[in-house]
Structure formats: structure tokens, C-alpha cells
Design a protein around this ligand. Structure first.
Ligand code: BTN
Length: 252
């Protein structure tokens, strides 16, 4: 059970809690299709039976241990071509909150995984409804590992693992929503240069020499930045190129 957050202006003021559901993103999208929903509507559950991740992956989260929720935004002011800014504000909000709360190195792994000491602590899935070239509804889905301490994946972490204590889920939710609202308002005020600079400042492996894989080939390169359309810029011996999400992966 979650309470309506006291400290936000509009995020979470309309709250739909389900003890269990298939996926909060799917529920939120269905809600948007069925009826007019206020901006900031929050769909949250203790347990997803079909939690969805990026690139068609699943999102696993132990029952009642973590945060799994979706927020509905209506960024009618944003050009569809700038939709990567929604990834930027969400990544930064989670980054801001964790950097303040956890004694760990928090970074953003392109496009929008959040790492704590290089282990994945949070994932983001953003899904849009468009009308022509305008956003009508955007569902921002967030999975944040809070109190779970054992994972099937060797690359996962949680707030409890890095901080060696348990957290109150309602408090964590309110903290993340506060930062998400602040970053969203920054975007609404068109402070795009600041947002991009903050994203780059916290980008995992920026300018470091590492291995990547693209089209079955492994190569060494340095991340130099991210294009306006969200593509990752990597400089290698073959020159600098921009890669889409399905075109490149990090080699550990
Ligand atoms: C990823 O890193 O692959 C993205 C994971 C996103 C998981 C969240 S949990 C709440 C929301 N509902 C879903 O089905 N997925 C997102």
C-alpha cells in the first residue's frame, strides 16, 4: 500500500495501487487508452507478473521488496524528435536521488540504466502515445531495486546491498518522485543545455577506452557524447560514429 506523496506538486497525486499486476507500464497505457487521466498519475504495485524491460527483456523484482511503478506525463511542449530528453530527465532524477541517499558511485549507463558501483540498480522503460507529431501521454516506467539482496543476475544491485541497511519504500518513492518532478519542470522551462550537461557529467565510461560490440564485431573506443536523437557517439580507430540502441552493446 502506498500513500499519495505529500511533497510533490502534481506527481503521484492521482495514485493507483495494485498489490499485483502484469506490468505497471501496460496498466498505465491501458488507462490512457480508456479515459482522460491527469498528468502525474502514478501506477504502482508490489509485484509484477510480467514486468517489461528494454529490448524486449523482462524485469524481475521480488514481491514487496523494491519499487516498480509508472508515471504518466503529458509533455505536449516537447517535439517528438527530442524524446531522448525524457530518458535524460528520468535517469537524472534517479541518479540525483541515489547519489544523495546511497554511499556508492552512481552513474548513468547509456541510454538509461542506473548503476551503483557499476552494478545495475535501476531500469527505465519509457513508452509513448502520439497524436501526429505531439506527445499525448508518456508512460515513464521505473524499476528501482531497494531492499532485495539476492538476484539471479550477477550484474544487479540494490540500495540495501550498497548501503547495508533497509529502506522505507514510501520514503524512497517520494524521494524519487520529487527529483523526477524537479527534472521535468527543468525540461518544461527549456533548460535543455543544463540537462544535457548533467547527463554527460554522470555518463558511465565517458571518454574512457573500453570494448564495445557492434554487428558481431568487437572493437575498442571512447564514448564522446550523445546526439540529440539519443544515439551514442563512439570514437574508435575507424573514426567517430553514432549508434542506436540496437546497434551497439558494452563489453564488460
Ligand atoms: C530495463 O532496464 O530493461 C527497463 C526496466 C523497466 C522496469 C519497470 S518496472 C515498472 C515498469 N513496468 C514495467 O513493466 N517495466 C517498468
Amino acid at each position: 500500500m502506498y500513500k499519495i506523496p505529500a511533497s510533490t506538486l502534481f506527481l503521484g497525486k492521482n495514485l493507483l495501487f495494485m498489490p499485483e499486476c502484469h506490468s505497471t507500464n501496460t496498466v498505465a497505457l491501458e488507462l490512457c487508452h480508456r479515459q482522460a487521466v491527469p498528468e502525474g498519475t502514478l501506477v504502482i504495485t508490489n509485484q509484477q507478473t510480467s514486468g517489461r524491460g528494454q529490448r524486449g527483456n523482462t524485469w524481475e523484482s521480488a514481491d514487496g521488496m523494491n519499487l516498480t511503478f509508472s508515471v504518466i506525463l503529458k509533455p505536449g511542449f516537447l517535439a517528438v524528435t527530442n524524446q531522448f530528453l525524457l530518458s535524460i530527465i528520468t535517469s537524472l532524477a534517479i541518479h540525483d536521488y541515489l547519489a544523495k541517499t546511497c554511499d556508492a558511485r552512481i552513474s548513468i549507463k547509456w541510454p538509461n540504466d542506473i548503476l551503483a558501483n557499476e552494478f545495475k540498480i535501476s531500469g527505465i522503460l519509457i513508452e509513448n502515445q502520439l497524436m501526429g507529431q505531439q506527445f499525448t501521454n508518456v508512460v515513464v516506467g521505473i524499476g528501482l531495486n531497494v531492499n532485495q539482496q539476492q538476484f539471479a543476475s550477477a550484474f544487479a544491485s540494490s540500495m540495501a546491498l550498497v548501503s547495508k541497511k533497509l529502506f522505507d519504500l514510501q520514503e524512497v518513492l517520494e524521494g524519487v518522485l520529487n527529483y523526477l518532478e524537479a527534472r521535468y519542470l527543468q525540461l518544461r522551462q527549456n533548460k535543455v543545455d543544463e540537462l544535457k550537461a548533467d547527463y554527460l557529467e554522470n555518463l558511465y565510461r565517458l571518454q574512457e577506452l573500453h570494448s564495445f560490440q557492434s554487428m558481431g564485431q568487437e572493437f575498442e573506443g571512447r564514448i564522446t557524447g550523445v546526439d540529440a536523437d539519443g544515439k551514442l557517439r563512439v570514437l574508435s580507430s575507424g573514426g567517430e560514429r553514432a549508434y542506436g540502441i540496437k546497434e551497439i552493446s558494452f563489453v564488460q
